[in-house]
Ligand binder design. Structure first.
Ligand SMILES: Nc1ncnc2c1ncn2[C@@H]1O[C@H](COP(=O)(O)OP(=O)(O)OP(=O)(O)O)[C@@H](O)[C@H]1O
Ligand SMILES: C[C@H](N)[C@H](N)CCCCCC(=O)O
Ligand SMILES: [Mg+2]
Length: 212
């Protein structure tokens, strides 16, 4: 038995990859990005390896690597591939495992299926990354509705950005989920700064208590 989590977000670009790097570093975890869309810049796996200082064997190979930075259903079309979400089986690892989706919960893998449907089959606890800025209350509560509708377990919310105490509080209260902490925007974003900030703002035992 090992710790396994799905890291998703209210949108693309929220900070799932940066948060995953920090969490993988803190837990000594493996990282898996099943679908990478966009190969011209550093991929999410490469970023996690660099920022989290993960050993290479802790980065599991992607199931699909798509050239275009777009929604996976479209990126796959462009590459002439058909993604088969039902073929995404959870890898077996002896270390904890962090799995990152692409974009938000209702991003399509095909013209029929969204990431949340895959997460529902896996039934792993979700960590929902959310911005702290204006607009996040709506996005985060909507995301939680999509999770609840599919009866997927939620570990909690990882906020990313400047402190907004009331926003963080009302999301946790109305969403009925714990706030796990808040990762500030780091400048510069370095492996050391990320490790230090994660230690300061999150209690790692919150992640270690959930064994799935
Ligand atoms: N805590 C942070 N401090 C500084 N920069 C950050 C932080 N979190 C995220 N960023 C920056 O914001 C951008 C988006 O972050 P990230 O790539 O982690 O988003 P994502 O949710 O993984 O997006 P995608 O849907 O593409 O996987 C990146 O340039 C990243 O370096
Ligand atoms: C390319 C990007 N970085 C992500 N990998 C995919 C984001 C898909 C978002 C689709 C959408 O919600 O409109
Ligand atoms: Mg990412």
């Amino acid at each position: 038995m090992s710790l396994r989590f799905v890291v998703t977000a209210t949108d693309t670009g929220v900070g799932k990859t940066v948060f995953s790097a920090a969490l993988a570093d803190a837990l000594g975890a493996c990282y898996w990005k099943p679908i990478q869309a966009g190969l011209d810049e550093e991929t999410d796996s490469e970023t996690v390896r660099r920022l989290g200082r993960l050993p290479p064997q802790h980065i599991l190979p992607e199931a699909w690597r798509l050239k275009t930075p777009a929604s996976p259903h479209l990126a796959a079309d462009i590459d002439g591939l058909a993604l088969r979400p039902e073929a995404l089986h959870l890898p077996k690892t002896t270390s904890p495992l962090i799995i990152e989706g692409a974009g938000g919960l209702l991003v399509p893998l095909t013209r029929r299926e969204v990431f949340a449907d895959v997460f529902a089959r896996w039934r792993l606890p979700i960590i929902l990354c959310a911005r702290t800025g204006l607009g996040t209350i709506n996005h985060t509560l909507l995301s939680l509705e999509a999770i609840r509708r599919r009866q997927i377990p939620v570990l909690g919310i990882a906020f990313i950005g400047d402190a907004q105490p009331d926003t963080q509080q009302i999301i946790a209260e109305m969403g009925g989920v714990p706030s796990l902490g808040r990762l500030p925007r780091l400048d510069p974003l370095t492996p050391d700064a990320l490790r230090e900030s994660f230690r300061r703002h999150f209690d790692v035992s919150q992640f270690q208590e959930r064994c799935v």
